[in-house]
Design a binder for this molecule. Structure first.
Ligand code: HEC
Length: 465
């Protein structure tokens, strides 16, 4: 009785909407029989994206995107809201999954030469999606609005500002003003929930349309090059001869792999939970570990490790060249061999990128460029005074985070110059200017420190002879 009822409902719905007619051919369209497990990464990326949409909407129902409330609302989501911790966790691991999967998908289609005729537009729209995914990661991080998130963006913006020609404008655009604040958060929120996802939806639709239109590429085989003039006809004959229907013959692998990805995201969120929130942002304490989530860390490492003289150009040119190169790939060669064993340069390029990103990632984890966030306070023996401006200055030097970046007598971080004997190098006026104005990779402290605090700090630094 129940089943006939369902069948009847389905018949009515199908009759009025034509759904079977629209979807049937897509599910049934023939695909190459040898398209096996190598091809599951695209659909798995889509699965991770859907996780992001669902958990993102859930988070947005409670998140408040104002500088005064964002941190508290996330704290509430993490600790009090029903399923809040699970949603935050899934959104976090979902983001990582999406970055990893989109990277593997790009590497796989590149290695298999799937970007060649007639699938050039598939590749180009895919490159756009790769960058939009990274953009989601970058904008999403700031919404956490804790020390770490805020300082990551400050560091990023300071670095962007040093790029020639457009640097200043780019930094102002990212920050929505001269400094980070409520306007920055609004801008990142709008990009993260409206603008970039809107673009992703549109381009994913186009990307999938192209997958159907051009067909899934057959497994590459050495000695079977692509000839644009004859490829389409050859491909259709191949499908007619040995194609299998997409559903269920090929798609079950996508379903299993995609579902496993979702389950892994779910389990990680449940067992490990979302990353702990850092302290709320306070511009007078530079206690954060200003480094981005792992998938952007390697790029921060690039910026921190290159010689200062090149820095300004590399900041601008490296991402631009990288993007141009990716976009240029199908224009450089859209025919010929697809098999990796006949394209050693392609294999080498992928290995090179993997090794480079891996090495930079390790460097980013370890390098001195990141401040030391728990330096021991300077002992009285090093300070040489227990009261008066010098002692107060030494205390401020620790409390205000100067010591995170600066060493004095082997206490402190190594992000900035060692200040053990700075009193010999710089006079009162120079020290004051440097503290108030900051410098390359040093934040400006004007407006953050009281005049009396600056005087004490200078007194302490002057005593370092
Ligand atoms: C985020 C890291 C960081 C923090 C925090 C920081 N600095 Fe710096 N500081 C630097 C860097 C990097 C330089 C070198 C800048 C340059 O050459 O333009 C520098 C330069 C200086 C110099 C000039 C040193 C020289 O030999 O020329 C002084 C003095 C100084 N900082 C004092 C301070 C004081 C005081 C504080 C705390 C109120 C502080 N810094 C906080 C990174 C930092």
């Amino acid at each position: 009785m129940f089943v006939p009822l369902l069948q009847k409902i389905w018949r009515v719905v199908d009759d009025r909407t034509g759904i079977a007619e629209a979807v049937g051919p897509i599910l049934q369209h023939p695909v190459p029989a040898d398209a096996r497990w190598a091809y599951v990464f695209g659909s798995a990326t889509l699965a991770a994206f859907i996780v992001q949409v669902v958990t993102g909407i859930a988070l947005a129902t409670t998140y408040v995107s104002s500088a005064g409330d964002a941190y508290d609302s996330l704290n509430f989501i993490t600790n009090n809201a029903p399923f809040g911790s699970l949603m935050r966790g899934m959104h976090f691991y979902g983001a990582s999954a999406m970055v990893v999967l989109v990277g593997i998908h790009a590497a796989q289609t590149f290695l298999h030469g799937s970007y060649k005729f007639p699938r050039e537009a598939n590749w180009l729209s895919g490159v756009l999606l790769l960058f939009l995914t990274l953009g989601m990661g970058f904008t999403g991080q700031l919404l956490r609005w804790d020390q770490n998130a805020v300082w990551s963006v400050v560091v990023g913006a300071e670095q962007a500002a040093r790029a020639p020609l457009i640097g200043e404008k780019a930094a102002q655009f990212v920050l929505a003003g001269e400094t980070i604040g409520g306007a920055t958060l609004s801008r990142f929120f709008a990009f993260h929930v409206f603008f970039i996802p809107g673009l992703i939806f549109g381009i994913v639709g186009f990307h999938l349309f192209l997958v159907i239109r051009n067909g899934i590429s057959e497994m590459p085989r050495a000695g079977r090059p692509v000839h644009p003039a004859t490829y389409r006809q050859w491909y259709h004959e191949l499908l007619a001869k040995e194609g299998v229907p997409f559903w269920p013959d090929a798609a079950w692998r996508d379903v299993i792999f995609g579902a496993s990805v979702v389950v892994i995201i779910f389990v990680l969120a449940l067992v490990i939970g979302p990353p702990a929130l850092d302290k709320p942002p306070d511009p007078s304490i530079i206690e954060a570990y200003p480094r981005p989530d792992w998938y952007l860390l390697w790029y921060f490492a690039v910026l921190a490790l290159i010689p200062p003289a090149w820095e300004n150009w590399i900041i601008l040119l490296a991402p631009l060249l990288g993007a141009l190169l990716l976009f240029a790939i199908p224009f450089l060669s859209n025919h010929g061999e697809r098999a990796p064993e006949r394209r050693p340069w392609a294999v080498g390029a992928v290995l090179f990128v993997i090794v480079m990103i891996g090495a930079l990632w390790v460097a980013g984890e370890q390098a001195h460029w990141s401040p030391d966030f728990h330096p021991d306070p300077l002992p009285a023996a090093v300070v040489g005074a227990t009261s008066g401006p010098v002692a107060t200055g030494a205390e401020l030097f620790h409390k205000k985070g100067c010591q995170n970046c600066h060493r004095v007598a082997s206490y402190g971080g190594r992000r900035g110059p060692d200040l053990t004997a700075v009193g010999r190098r710089l006079d009162v006026a120079q020290l004051t200017t440097r503290i108030l104005n900051g410098g390359t990779n040093m934040p400006a402290f004007a407006g953050v420190l009281q005049p009396a605090e600056v005087e004490d700090l200078v007194a302490f630094l002057q005593s370092r002879q």
